[in-house]
Design a protein around this ligand. Structure first.
Ligand code: FAD
Length: 318
């Protein structure tokens, strides 16, 4: 993901801004200690350990290989083959997990045809393993191309789904079009990129209202939705709709990010709902964690505090 910071959905105090600005000064090993909460390690084996644990606790997973910008077509193919390795491991261990993929990592910004070709191959591999590919949504310049590639893939495969972002003004229309095309398999989230006001709602109350509106449009039209939020008001709204439309347990799922509000996660699972945890892992953990910390400066504060505690420790003390 690129250019990510907290969107307009919350006020950020001067202290939080200071914390976020100071973060790059924190030594990597210190950030790594906090990273453990948000990232399932650097290797496939470490990630599999986390997924096994969630499965044992009755939760599903979706796996994201953390990747920064790619500059060459070969990098797109390399990223896809890493995902294929993961699909094979999921099948071998019979894990209840699928994969989440960013089209920019699959070459969208280099060559759209290449991106489609790489995705076509990846979704075909997932189908062979009876697995599923979720296409993450990136910033708004990617939205139309992402939807176009998704709809093209759906003409051949039904084991692929897309993400829509409730903060985009266009999303209700996109949801309707995709449902009309018979491709209603969504994850609905708020959206995480900084977008211009003509493109995206900024007021967090409006984003929540639009989330509820789009979610209802999806559910009442029989779409499958991964309800991706840690916002308890939206979880409540989702449960109200699930009840109103008398949805069966396997007709929707909740989704949350690894390490975020585990108490709410347990409440949802305890209520008998299915829940999928988004499990990122990989060598590019640092950039991902800095973003998570920027979104929740209260956690970042602990790092900065630890940083100063270390620096101000009396000389000679271990
Ligand atoms: C499974 C999943 C997949 C996602 N996929 C995408 C995607 O493809 N594209 C995209 O643009 N966005 C994606 N997102 C991010 C999403 O768009 C929001 O930015 C994020 O979930 C915060 O919105 P919220 O609905 O949780 O509500 P908020 O009201 O923003 O958050 C509720 C509370 O949760 C906590 N919280 C929320 N997010 C984080 C975090 N990341 N780190 C620490 N604490 C946090 C905060 O303390 C906050 O008080 C995804 C989110 C989830 C859960």
């Amino acid at each position: 993901m690129r250019v990510q910071e907290k969107n307009g959905s919350g006020t950020v105090s001067w202290f939080d801004k200071l914390v976020v600005m100071t973060l790059p000064l924190a030594p990597k090993p210190l950030v790594k200690r906090f990273a453990r909460r948000y990232v399932a390690g650097e290797t496939i084996e470490e990630m599999l350990g986390t997924v096994r644990r969630f499965n044992r606790e009755g939760m599903m997973a979706t796996i994201d290989v953390l990747g920064e910008f790619i500059h060459h077509k070969e990098e797109a193919r390399a990223a896809a083959s890493q995902y294929k390795e993961i699909l094979a491991a999921i099948a071998r261990e019979r894990l209840d997990a699928n994969i989440s993929v960013k089209l920019s990592q699959m070459g969208l910004l280099l060559d759209k045809d290449l991106c489609y070709e790489v995705m076509n191959d990846l979704v075909a591999t997932a189908a062979k393993h009876h697995s599923f590919v979720r296409i993450d949504m990136e910033d708004s310049p990617c939205t139309s191309d992402t939807i176009a590639i998704y709809l093209k893939l759906r003409k051949q495969y039904d084991n692929v789904g897309i993400v829509l972002q409730a903060y985009l003004r266009r999303t209700l229309g996109d949801a309707r079009e995709i449902i009309k095309a018979g491709a209603g398999h969504f994850r609905l989230c708020k959206g995480i990129y900084i977008e211009p006001r003509p493109v995206a709602f900024r007021d967090h109350k409006l984003i929540n209202k639009n989330y509820a509106l789009v979610l209802e449009e999806m559910l009442k039209n029989g779409a499958y939705v991964g309800i991706a939020t840690h916002n308890e008001e939206l979880v409540w709204e989702a449960m109200r709709l699930i009840d109103q439309y008398r949805l069966k347990r396997d007709e929707y799922e909740f989704q949350m990010l690894l390490g975020v509000d585990e108490e709410l996660r347990d409440i949802i699972v305890g209520g008998g709902h299915r829940l999928r945890v988004y499990v990122p892992f990989g060598k590019d953990w640092y950039a991902y964690c800095v973003r998570r910390l920027k979104e929740n400066p209260s956690i970042a504060r602990h790092i900065i505090k630890a940083l100063f505690r270390r620096r101000s420790a009396p000389i000679g003390r271990k």
